[in-house]
Design a protein around this ligand. Structure first.
Ligand code: 13P
Ligand code: SF4
Length: 305
């Protein structure tokens, strides 16, 4: 049922010709008022086709909203809480990418979309966990500098003959790092025969013990297409909110109840309403960075078709 605040937001959204894009990790009350929910790739694709709107409200973390801005520099891109940053994205600077490029001048640079604008500006192509295999396959060079997520780099290596070299910096997601192989072993005992789905930001030994390694969009597609009725979900806990709303007849068990991305939860209905009223805080990427990064964003979207 829609509450008063949610009704107010829906009305404001119409008055201001705005669209609300939200990541699968957003809390339930925000998922309920979003026009579009998705994983990082789906959100990028959606942000690339919102010509008819004046305002994009992005309920996700900084790098996602920045990519939406790069695709729509003439629109207002708002983020309800400006402090909603992805710590992993801040683990790789533009300088670190430049240093790696100097060491491997013939290598291509493929960055996870969870990266800062200044790093993206140094890259040839971006990827998400939903398209990383296709993106890597689209790269001509035999050597690929990859960052910031070392786990995603390790995940994709067996699917390609190219050499993936992690850009030094030990980039990782603190939420997915919480999963240990004991959690998988416990889940197997507790839920025998139930599929265990894990996100590729998790450690390698955890990925190896799970049944499927999938982006959040991949998890939803898997659940929809599976004849099975129960699933263990190895990612941020609000993914289960999305799964429950799309496939309510199935049962989901979190691999870890405490897998919560704190900055994703900074957005609240009050902040969504206020940002629509005030048209602030705005997400802006400096023009030189946006210009340098957009080619890498567009190459990624092309490669993942
Ligand atoms: P997805 O693209 O799979 O939604 O992942 C984004 C993310 O930040 C996961 O932590
Ligand atoms: Fe970043 Fe991890 Fe949060 Fe995803 S879950 S936004 S990678 S901190």
């Amino acid at each position: 049922m829609t509450n008063e605040l949610q009704k107010e937001i829906i009305q404001l959204k119409e008055e201001k010709n705005a669209i609300i894009l939200a990541h699968n990790y957003q809390p339930k009350e925000i998922q309920e008022i979003a026009d579009f929910l998705g994983d990082s790739l789906e959100l990028c694709n959606k942000a690339a086709e919102v010509e008819d709107r004046d305002i994009i409200v992005f309920c996700g973390v900084d790098f996602m909203a920045e990519t939406a801005y790069m695709l729509n520099p003439d629109k207002k891109v708002l983020i309800p809480d400006i402090d909603a940053e992805c710590p992993m994205a801040h683990m790789l600077t533009g300088e670190q990418v430049r240093e790696a490029k100097a060491k491997y001048p013939d290598a291509a640079v493929c960055l996870y979309v969870n990266s800062l604008g200044e790093a993206k500006a140094e890259s040839d192509i971006l990827c998400t966990s939903g398209n990383v295999k296709k993106v890597v396959a689209s790269i001509e060079q035999d050597t690929i500098l990859f960052g910031p997520d070392t786990n995603l780099g390790e995940f994709v290596q067996p699917f390609t003959d190219k050499k993936i070299i992690p850009i030094p910096g030990d980039g990782h997601c603190y939420v997915h790092k919480l999963f240990h192989k004991e959690d998988i072993e416990d889940a197997r005992k507790k839920y025998p025969g139930v599929d265990i789905l894990i996100h590729p930001e998790s450690n390698k030994e955890v990925q190896e013990l799970a049944d499927y390694v999938l982006s959040t969009g991949g998890m939803l597609a898997h659940v929809k297409n599976s004849p099975n009725k129960e699933f263990v979900i190895g990612t941020e806990v609000d993914m289960i909110t999305r799964l429950k709303s799309e496939c309510p007849d199935k049962t989901y068990y979190p691999l870890l109840e405490g897998a919560i991305c704190g900055t994703m939860k900074l957005h609240t209905l009050e902040k969504v309403r206020d940002c629509l009223i005030n048209e602030e805080p705005k997400v802006i990427v400096p023009e030189d960075i946006a210009k340098k990064s957009i080619a890498a964003v567009e190459r990624m979207l092309e490669a993942s078709k």
